[in-house]
Design a protein around this ligand. Structure first.
Ligand code: MN
Length: 713
């Protein structure tokens, strides 16, 4: 640990011989002066701390501005120096960094979820302005956690947990694997001392055994490397305590059941050699396919690249083997700081995809004001169960496991999400609810007429998409309720005024609404439209005390005429039951069906596999069959996605004509320059006829997909 300024200076000169040492010296003397009478909890002189922080920044080979700011980072917080004074002495850039760090420190004292979320948010905002603020903060936290021993237990725990929940995830997101690992390892010891001790003991008991196995495998891998002239360094380690702890908790198992305790890493020179070695390893030992991950072809969103594979030796021991190049290793350890070129402007780093991730977080958060949600958002998106998919141009998009084209569309741009209406995955048109897999190439079809629907919420898994869809639906409901409320109100008001011979102008009425309900007219109408407010006679009397009270009749729904559908089906044990066809699945003759008894509509006929009857009570389901005697022109509706070209429509109508089916309706809608959607409604008498027609549709060139839609028979 560096204890004196000249050591720091030498460190900086070591990687940048032209460094402005005057600036560093000045920063050091101001810091030394500011903290002159202060001591750390360990009773060491306080200046030890900023020196250690600056030294860590020098280890990251940062510029002298960052290092000076590192030396000064606690000055404004802990001494009489003001930020203006720092600005006078060192200029805007350093002052901004110091101020950024100070702002973050001020709020991290409270141990509530809200406070944590707030800290996190401020950090992320500060960071996207200038990532150096966070690098200083991470160095600060690292030194603080290394010196936790001097604090009381309660403080140790608080700081350690905050480190695990906020600082380590941020380091992970920035791809700084080394500092993330170190922060976690030390913090875990203080945050969960009992668990740590237990695991440490368990690991110790395995150490001798593990080392022997490691050495044996290392030799065997060395043989492979030599045989194929692949250069490579081999390292191995037992899984870290905190990783085991998380695994035990997640899978509810005990230590002896953790099978991937042993990990071995080979660092080589080129990507070709990574794959060559992987091939040889897979030749020699069986591997577990489910545990194979190619993060070289599919980079993680934090920039991490490596091949992970788990092999099983003849003794039945499982090893995780990681294979990567030196460059990848450097990036895995240093992340965003890996490519830092001394003296180069920091602007080149602003496009870094790791920072982009944080910017997206903030943008998402704009529509989501609760800090608690924000925290879970960040934590939620931090779990590394990601898939990697591609745009048609080859850009990698990271999504959560289970993501659908809708998630993908929103990840591209919210506008693409809002207008997405179809997706081509690996050159096949698929429904929007299709789950994506790593490696998929996805093209989103958009249309100005497409809009998010409630269904989408069931299909998306990313927070970003969910928030955007909710926001859209809320906004739409807002307008809908308003329109509905306005219609309702106009009608009620007109009748009421007529009946009571009232002569108020609209302005006068609105004034009364504002006075009586203490709200603006728009909210009043919205509440009316959403049925949150009911206008009964008492309410009207409050608005118009001069009118006589009269009874408002409830608006009656027209009675549905009873249908002839009962003829079409046979219901076990019933002759005259009221029958209708379910709108959700619109079954047609010949399809397997079941009847479901409802109070209002009698027996409703669903397709047997309709999801809407899957969970209903057995006793309300009836066996139903088709009545062969009666025919009925069942309507079916198909959405056909087609490549626009002349003759396509006539090909389609040719097929329906061939099988004696009437087309009831055709609508065409452009999806893109060359792709259109045809909404087709036609009549069939049974499923056989329909099957023949659709089979022939399938042979029409330029028809990408068909999707049967519901239609009311
Ligand atoms: Mn500090």
């Amino acid at each position: 640990m560096i204890k004196r300024f000249f050591e720091l200076q030498e460190k900086v000169l070591g990687y940048y011989s032209d460094a402005n040492t005057e600036l560093l010296k000045k920063a050091y003397s101001v810091a030394a002066d500011a903290h002159i009478n202060q001591r750390r909890a360990s009773n060491e002189p306080y200046i030890i701390h900023p020196l250690a922080v600056a030294a860590m920044l020098a280890d990251m080979k940062l510029d002298e501005i960052s290092i000076a700011a590192g030396l000064l980072h606690d000055v404004v917080e802990d001494s009489d120096y003001t930020i203006d004074k720092i600005k006078d002495l060192f200029g805007d850039e350093i002052a901004d960094l110091v101020w950024g760090v100070t702002k973050i420190s001020k709020i991290s004292e409270v141990d509530t979820e809200d406070a944590k979320a707030e800290t996190l948010k401020k950090m992320i905002i500060a960071m996207t302005n200038d990532v150096r603020v966070i690098l200083i903060k991470l160095a600060d936290r690292y030194h603080n956690i290394c010196t936790l021993d001097a604090l009381d237990e309660e403080k140790q725990k608080r700081i350690a947990k905050e480190t695990l929940e906020i600082y380590a995830p941020i380091a992970y997101r920035l791809g700084m694997g080394k500092i993330k690992t170190e922060l976690e390892d030390i913090a875990f010891r203080y945050a969960y001392p009992e668990e740590y001790k237990k695991l440490e003991k368990s690991i110790k008991s395995k150490k001798k055994w593990a080392t022997a196995k490691f050495e044996k495998l290392k030799e065997e891998i060395k043989e492979i490397l030599d045989k194929y002239h692949i250069p490579g360094e081999i390292h191995y380690r037992i899984k870290r305590e905190i990783s085991i702890y998380r695994k035990l908790k997640r899978q509810n198992i005990n230590f002896d059941q953790v099978y991937d305790l042993l990990a071995l890493r080979v660092v080589t020179d080129t990507i070709e050699n990574c794959y060559a070695l992987m091939g040889e390893v897979h030749q020699r030992w069986p591997h577990i396919p489910a545990r194979f991950r190619d993060f070289i072809a599919n980079q993680k969103s934090n920039g991490y690249q490596s091949i992970h594979t788990t092999i099983i030796t003849p003794e039945g021991i499982k090893f995780e083997i990681q294979i990567r190049t030196h460059d990848m290793h450097k990036i895995a350890e240093q992340g965003i700081a890996a490519h830092w070129k001394y003296k180069e402007s920091i602007s080149f780093i602003e496009d870094d995809l790791r920072l982009q991730w944080f910017r997206d977080m903030i943008e998402t958060h704009k529509e989501n004001p609760s800090p608690k949600d924000f925290l879970s958002l960040v934590k939620g998106d931090l779990t590394p169960n990601e898939i990697f998919v591609f745009t048609p141009k080859g850009k990698v998009i990271n999504l959560k496991v289970g993501a659908t084209p809708i998630d993908f569309a929103y990840a591209i741009h919210s506008e693409v999400g809002e207008q997405c209406q179809g997706a081509i995955v690996n050159e096949h048109l698929v429904p929007l609810r299709t789950q994506l897999n790593s490696g998929d190439v996805i093209e989103i079809l958009t249309s100005k007429n497409a809009h998010p629907s409630l269904d989408w919420l069931k299909w998306v898994v990313t927070n970003r998409a969910r928030k955007k869809i909710m926001a859209y639906i809320q906004k739409r409901e807002h307008t809908e309720y308003y329109e509905k409320g306005k219609r309702l109100w106009t009608k009620i008001l007109r009748e009421y005024k007529k009946k009571h011979n009232l002569r108020f102008t609209d302005d006068e009425v609105n004034q009364r609404i504002r006075n009586v309900y203490c709200t603006d007219v728009e909210s009043f109408l919205r509440a009316l439209g959403s049925s949150n407010r009911v206008l009964d006679k008492r309410a009207l009397k409050r608005l118009f005390p001069e009118a006589e009270v009269l009874e408002l009749k409830p608006i009656k729904k027209p009675q549905k005429k009873s249908s002839q559908f009962y003829k079409l089906v046979n219901v076990d044990g019933y002759n005259d039951i009221d029958v209708s066809f379910a709108k959700c699945c619109s079954p047609i003759k010949g399809e397997r069906i079941a009847g479901y008894v409802t109070q209002k509509r009698g027996l409703v006929i669903h397709k047997e596999d309709c999801p809407n009857i899957r969970n209903v009570i057995e006793s309300r389901l009836y066996k139903v069959g088709w009545n062969d005697i009666w025919d009925y022109p069942y309507r079916v509706k198909y959405d056909l996605v087609v490549h626009d070209k002349p003759g396509l429509l006539s090909a389609i109508s040719g097929v329906t004509a061939k099988y004696d089916s009437n087309i009831v309706k055709v609508e065409t809608e452009k999806i893109s320059q060359t792709i259109s959607k045809i909404k087709l409604v036609f009549e069939v008498k049974d499923i056989n006829q329909l099957n023949k027609i659709t089979a022939e549709f399938n042979h029409i060139k330029g028809l990408y997909s068909m999707d049967r839609k519901r239609v009311v028979n």
